[in-house]
Design a protein around this ligand. Sequence first.
Ligand SMILES: C[S@@+](CC[C@H](N)C(=O)[O-])C[C@H]1O[C@@H](n2cnc3c(N)ncnc32)[C@H](O)[C@@H]1O
Length: 292
Amino acid sequence: MKTKPLTVANPTSKRYAYRISKEENRNQLKHVAFANNENVNDGDSKKNDKQIIDLPKKKFYRQRAHSNPFSDHQLEYPISPDKMDWSKLYPRYYDSNLKQMTKQVTIADIGCGFGGLLVDLSPEFSDDLILGMEIRVQVTNYVEDRIIALRNNHKAENKYQNINVLRGNAMKFLPNFFYKGQLSKMFFCFPDPHFKQRKHKARIITNTLLSVYAYVLREDGIIYTITDVEDLHQWMVKHLDEHPLFERLSKEWEANDKCVSIMRNSTEEGKKVERKKGTKYIACYKRLPNPV
Ligand SMILES: C[S@@+](CC[C@H](N)C(=O)[O-])C[C@H]1O[C@@H](n2cnc3c(N)ncnc32)[C@H](O)[C@@H]1O
């Protein structure tokens, strides 16, 4: 199969200039708590008090649709969860007197893409810290810029402090970030289908990976899956059904769960499928207790 050659960054292009200016913004504001009146880890926030930051434009963050999860992406990850500095992602939840976080991440959106689910979950789960994990650099940058803008533009209401994104390969390093039983919900929304049989091993739900997800999920924690690819849906259902630590939740449960209705329409892929009037296949599973 022919692949498109990678376009080399053109320093005179509009996209290049846009990316550079956003990167400068990101470097300056990424870890800022956007305090309005008080100065909490505020960097230059006074300067930005009245300034509205434009939401990022997707066209400037284009990247190949797929990233090989088996490549060495030179990703940064902590050697263990206690070495992870979450204060940078959620500065509002860092107690500088106690020198510790006041909350842990409990909800993860795996392969969060452009971050629509994070943004919609934020007000619904204002007591939780929610993390998107995304492997593609430009897509992660987009979500970071989106959250910087939302936090800045809603600082009076203190909104969007509980969401953030991390560039990472969810197939490799989850136990480096999360303790055993830390998460209450994991979302797998419209994961890459990897249609060809020889590529099935790159799918984000496999027997081995499910054991890792079971490790980071607490008992009764939920795995949410949604896709428009029936074959992938069946694959995910088969592997989850076969795994001894997961049990499928009923259609009635799905109908009454607010996350199911949020994930149906809030992600960018979900919206695309909606526009094309495609079918969305959903399956949700509860993490069972470890056998005694
Ligand atoms: C089809 S997109 C769906 C994005 C989003 N969940 C949505 O519904 O709009 C799948 C996303 O998963 C990301 N991804 C694929 N493998 C991943 C991995 N191993 N770790 C983290 N992200 C991954 C891709 O880069 C892509 O953005």
